[in-house]
Design a protein around this ligand. Structure first.
Ligand SMILES: NC(=O)c1ccc[n+]([C@@H]2O[C@H](COP(=O)([O-])OP(=O)(O)OC[C@H]3O[C@@H](n4cnc5c(N)ncnc54)[C@H](OP(=O)(O)O)[C@@H]3O)[C@@H](O)[C@H]2O)c1
Length: 343
């Protein structure tokens, strides 16, 4: 049986998740919904995705733009087993009652409060917690990056404490209305909300986070200082632990990836502008006694995409554990985890 999946909100996250659903062997894409005609709506039609009208949008508006409409969002919801809500922040929370009333399961994104769902989710960290659940929340891009790294470090070495400074991209590439253009903005909410969000998955993790916003659209970068409980003799063991885990991409020093511009160029060279893996630099991982320092980059537009797919698989028990679900997802998405060693 294929699980029927609908996407409500077809923007940065929704369009990538729709593409990913369409590639899974055990899922069918019912359709996508948005409120207005736009180039994104054209993209959906070009790809053969049934297009539904959401919110206060009208069929006439879409049809006058030459976009065929399959129906209303309510009709889409009735025709599906699970809705992945990727509407702007807070709208997902408002939609929750509608999904519940229609008797369909729902996945929400990190812009919603944790209380919208029964469980906050990251495949590597807590796949089992979402088995057979009806409402699951895939945590935000930054939280996803930290949760994946935490799954590795807590299980291999133990974590006594963790401080992260999140260097945040100011906007997504298409958000031309946002800034800053020239400046670095401290986030005065101290510590930032990301730490408590990580604790929705790792309740006992002693993590604190702070954030600054910088004028870039490419990726976020995390500056991590982790005190390990049982540190290895040298950093090689940490590098190998990350390298041996799916959804981590470790650049070797000889690859000459100075920062996020080369990461994105690398992505384009492999045929996409998305990087769904945590990106680490081998020469950006250092161990001093129990203190681990490492940088990681997070592609905000795409890192949560495979997690949405695994969330569906967990909710419908299509795969019994994280490893088997992630293997199906990653094969379908072409995530091969190419991480080279020293040359
Ligand atoms: N972008 C990121 O970096 C990122 C990363 C991780 C998680 N998230 C989370 O993912 C969620 C979606 O964010 P996003 O960045 O993808 O937002 P986005 O790019 O603004 O896309 C949202 C989409 O929803 C549509 N929409 C607006 N009102 C709607 C409604 N009432 N019903 C259905 N669709 C509606 C919008 O198109 P129309 O206005 O044309 O309808 C737009 O296509 C948020 O919770 C966000 O926090 C975002």
């Amino acid at each position: 049986m294929k699980v029927r999946v609908a996407i409500n909100g077809y923007g940065t996250i929704g369009k990538r998740v729709a593409d990913a659903v369409a590639r899974q062997p055990d899922m069918t894409l019912v359709g996508v919904a948005k409120t207005r005609p736009s180039y994104d709506a054209h993209r959906a039609v070009d790809r053969g995705y049934p297009l539904y009208v959401a919110g206060n949008g009208t069929r006439a508006e879409f049809e006058s733009a030459g976009l065929p409409v399959a129906g209303t969002v309510e009709e889409m919801v009735r025709a599906t087993d699970v809705v992945i809500d990727a509407a702007p922040e807070k709208i997902g929370g408002e939609n929750a009652a509608r999904y519940h009333a229609a008797g369909v399961r729902a996945i929400f994104q990190g812009g919603e409060q944790a209380g919208v769902a029964e469980v906050s989710f990251n495949a590597l960290a807590n796949y089992g917690a979402a088995l057979d659940k009806h409402r699951v929340r895939v945590v935000s891009c930054n939280t996803t990056g930290i949760a994946r790294a935490a799954a590795v470090l807590t299980s291999k070495f133990g974590v006594e404490s963790w401080d992260v400074t999140i260097v945040r991209r100011a906007a997504d590439p298409a958000e031309s209305q946002r800034g800053p253009i020239n400046g670095i903005l401290p986030t005065f909410h101290l510590p930032s909300h990301h730490g408590p969000d990580v604790q929705t998955i790792f309740p006992k993790l002693a993590i604190t986070t702070t954030a600054v916003v910088v004028p870039t659209t490419l990726m976020h970068v995390h500056v991590n200082h982790v005190r390990l409980t049982t540190p290895p003799r040298d950093a090689t063991a940490v590098v190998e632990a990350f390298r041996g885990t799916p959804r981590f991409h470790i650049f070797a020093a000889w690859e000459k990836v100075d920062g996020t511009p080369q990461v994105m160029d690398f992505a384009r060279d492999r045929g996409s502008s998305d990087v769904m893996e945590n990106v680490l630099w081998e020469n950006g991982i250092r161990l001093a006694g129990p203190d681990l320092y490492f940088f990681q980059a997070v592609h905000q537009e795409s890192i949560v995409v495979p997690e949405n797919i695994d969330a569906v698989r967990a909710m419908f028990k299509l795969a019994p554990d994280a490893a088997s679900s992630m293997a199906i997802t990653d094969a379908a998405l072409g995530l091969r985890g190419r991480s080279v060693g020293p040359r």
